[in-house]
Design a binder for this molecule. Structure first.
Ligand code: RP5
Ligand code: MG
Ligand code: MG
Length: 279
């Protein structure tokens, strides 16, 4: 696989910290590199010990490479190395040690719901792309508040939470603003999207995410699942409203030229290919 790129972004997100520059040929840990001296950084939001974060190494005993109580510390990439008690990023060096903005040492598990529909014209007929002649898919995108980039409305799997629940919950929170409505409104939203989310969906990807928050010792992994509203009469009819860590939300045409957060563009490419849609 190509070496991670966003995980080596020069400026660490949400900080003034600069990563130690890592050239492509030094990403792999197996390349001996005595001069490597990454900056050690863990964001104050993590060190102040919120419920979603681990304590510091040494202040607790984590069972890495296993399901540790309710926290899944296994990686989709297989067993990762733990050196002097600290997990090593399986995709290699990032120029930054510590956890940065991530709560967990080692893998931080997320889920990405890719909700799609066909793009249709005023008469309801599918729209084909002028160049590829293939039908155009649209997906629900959110604009992240942290970096301003467009993204899939994904989020972290809570300890012990089933990924199927995370997918539906994060979509509800970020694209339907379920956290800001009354319990009865929330129940109604839940009912209206449950059928789509209970359908098996198409599992697009599971594994490492090239996320700008990744460090040498903490990284994002995700399960991305596509829920497709083929007839356009379930989620397509819901009013989208941005919530939680999303600043905006809208249906976006799936197209290779639309820049997205982390590895999200790669996930959409897989969806487009699977559904024989324009990319
Ligand atoms: C990405 O970060 C994942 O693909 C997922 O979309 C997201 C989860 O983090 P938060 O949205 O909770 O910040 O790596
Ligand atoms: Mg969220
Ligand atoms: Mg999120």
């Amino acid at each position: 696989a190509a070496p991670h790129v966003k995980a080596r972004c020069p400026q660490y997100p949400g900080s003034k910290i600069k990563r130690f520059p890592v050239p492509d040929d030094k990403v792999n840990w197996s390349q001996n590199w005595p001069q490597y001296s990454p900056v050690n950084y863990t964001d104050p939001s993590v060190t102040k010990k919120p419920a979603w974060a681990d304590p510091d190494i040494g202040a607790f005993s984590a069972r890495f490479n296993s399901v540790d109580g309710a926290v899944d510390r296994t990686s989709f990439d297989g067993n990762y190395k733990v050196e002097k008690g600290i997990p090593l990023n399986p995709h290699g060096r990032t120029g930054l040690a510590g956890r940065g903005l991530l709560g967990r040492w080692g893998p931080n598990h997320a889920a990405d719901p890719i909700v799609t529909r066909w793009k249709v014209d005023a008469k309801g007929a599918k729209v084909n792309h002028p160049v590829t002649k293939l039908p155009v898919l649209q997906f629900v995108a959110i604009k992240r508040k942290d970096c301003g980039e467009w993204a899939i409305p994904g989020g972290m799997v809570d300890p012990g939470e089933q990924v199927s629940l995370t997918l539906q919950r994060e979509f509800s929170e970020e694209a339907l603003n379920s956290l800001s409505v009354s319990p009865s409104e929330r129940a109604k939203l839940h009912e209206r999207i449950t059928k789509l989310f209970k359908s098996p969906g198409f599992q697009v990807f599971q594994g490492y995410v090239d996320d700008p928050r990744n460090t040498d010792n903490a990284w994002m992994e995700t399960v991305a699942v596509n829920f497709h509203d083929d007839s356009g009469n379930s989620v397509s009819e819901l009013p989208l409203q941005a919530g939680d860590d999303a600043g905006q939300v809208k249906w976006v045409d799936i197209d290779s030229s639309f820049a997205l957060y982390a590895s999200h563009s790669h996930f959409l490419e897989l969806v487009a290919k699977e559904r024989k849609a324009h990319w």
